[in-house]
Ligand binder design. Structure first.
Ligand code: FAD
Length: 426
């Protein structure tokens, strides 16, 4: 088949490689001039630090300079292409730097001959089904072009459009989203409130507390322990923000009050597919893309339209790899999809179960560190063994992180109760 892959990040590369090895003809359209997507560090920030202005020029990347992965290197590889166990030949940090991840992706692309498939500086602006083919309009050097393909795989990432917390009232200080955080220097001597409790909130707080006067973390989790953080003299953990005042004060539910200079939202991202026109067949509502069978195929447009890389809170690279391999098997006819009706029924059942468990709609693609989906994908592509090994390493790491908190997660070491030999995914 002639297949267009949108994006040359982890998802686009894994998809291109899987499709290429099945003999499909592929074009990867990438709006940037290099591959890597998220892992391509971009020092630029957007004109609107909160990312709300729709006319702003969008910067794709959200990496900060100090970022090391939040998963150990044993979990950063593909099923048959492991992440290097050491950094430059010597025993490096268990959590690679973003530069090391980018090198890994470039090596992957070179080893599988993917560079020649990528059309750089080509932004896809329209994807639409016309007479059973997919029309793709893209812009390269201000020139628009249109082409048609048998199938399209959307791999455009979902860490670019900020989701921000709504403050109860107007607040006069500076607000920004972690998407626009790069280095700690602008926070020198400032009093900063960081909203969030995920890896970015923890990493960035740690980054800025060396230069900021005070850092106040705010979390809406009911389990949060409100306290002064013992390991830093200038950091506090608070509950949710209760209200803010026009004089710059921020009042937390725990009763604490600070007069802050900056509120930094580490509150996650929204999916966005501005180019996709499906007449409502695929909808994006409250961060749910639907209906999608197994987070990949919209039943009414399957298999010619698919999405790779949507799930989060998981072992991302391995999921992407197995999703890509499954899409390739389906497009090659090696695996058959159920009927449209059966796929839709399964999606409905997924939504029903989420509702019964009280899981909010915007968590539709959140895998909550569970493995059923990975196991299902691995079975589809005949790689159950890979899944077992990843599960073993992940459970050791996730257990350590749960027991010691995210602050200590990067103290995890391989071998915590698991055999060293199992750490190498061969
Ligand atoms: P991206 O990497 O976002 O790639 C999408 C690509 O599509 C980009 O190259 C983009 O330019 C291109 N594109 C977008 N729109 C268009 C268009 N219209 N036309 C043409 N091209 C387009 N994951 C981990 O496994 N471990 C970690 O430690 C980890 N840490 C993270 C830390 C941060 C701060 C962030 C933001 C994410 C982190 N992630 C981590 C998740 C990370 O997003 C995934 O690892 C992975 O990069 C997702 O790859 P992707 O290809 O789906 O998306």
């Amino acid at each position: 088949m002639e297949v267009a892959v949108i994006g040359a990040g982890v998802s686009g590369l894994a998809t291109a490689r899987a499709l290429k090895s099945s003999g499909h003809r592929i074009v990867v359209l990438e709006k940037l001039h290099q591959l890597g997507g998220t892992w391509l560090f971009d020092p630029r920030v957007e004109s609107d630090p909160l990312g709300l202005d729709p006319t702003r020029e969008i910067v794709h990347g959200s990496l900060y300079n100090s970022l090391r992965t939040n998963l150990p290197r044993q979990l950063m590889g593909f099923s048959d292409y492991p992440f290097p166990e050491t950094e430059n030949g010597y025993s490096g940090d268990h959590f690679p730097s973003h530069g090391e991840v980018l090198k890994f992706l470039n090596d992957f692309a070179a080893d599988f001959g993917l560079f020649e498939l990528i059309r750089f500086d080509s932004e896809v602006v329209r994807v639409e089904q016309v007479n059973d083919r997919w029309l793709i309009e893209s812009i390269c050097s201000n020139l628009k072009s249109e082409e048609t393909f048998d199938a399209v795989v959307v791999c455009n990432g979902h860490h670019t459009q900020p989701r921000v917390a709504t403050l109860p009232e107007k607040w006069p200080g500076k607000q920004m989203h972690s998407h626009n955080y790069r280095v700690p220097e602008p926070f020198e001597d400032k009093i900063v409130v960081v909203i969030g409790e995920g890896p970015s909130a923890i990493d960035i707080s740690r980054d800025i507390c060396d230069v900021a006067r005070e850092v106040h973390l705010s979390s809406r989790s009911p389990n949060v322990k409100v306290s002064k953080l013992v390991f830093r003299s200038n950091m506090w953990q608070h509950s949710e923000i209760d209200y803010v005042k026009e004089n710059g004060e921020v009042v937390f539910r725990d009763g604490a009050l600070v007069r802050a200079d900056i509120i930094l939202h580490c509150t996650g991202y929204k999916y966005s597919f501005p180019f996709l026109k499906t007449d409502g067949i695929v909808s994006l509502e409250n961060n749910r893309i639907g209906p999608l069978y197994k987070h990949i195929f919209p039943p009414k447009l399957a298999p010619s339209l698919s999405f790779v890389g949507l799930p989060y809170q998981t072992v991302v690279f391995l999921h992407i790899d197995l999703q890509a391999k499954w899409v390739s098997c389906v497009l090659s006819g090696l695996k058959l999809l159920p009927s449209k009706e059966e796929m839709l029924a399964e999606v409905e059942e997924h939504y029903r179960q989420m509702e019964a468990k009280g899981i909010p709609q915007h968590h539709t693609h959140c895998l909550q560190l569970k493995f059923e989906y990975l196991e299902w994908l691995a079975t589809q592509v005949g790689l159950e063994g890979v899944c077992e090994r990843a599960k073993l390493i992940s459970s050791s790491y996730f257990k350590f992180a749960a027991e010691n908190g995210l602050w200590k997660a990067k103290d995890w070491k391989p071998g915590n109760g698991i055999k060293e030999s199992l750490l190498c995914v061969d």
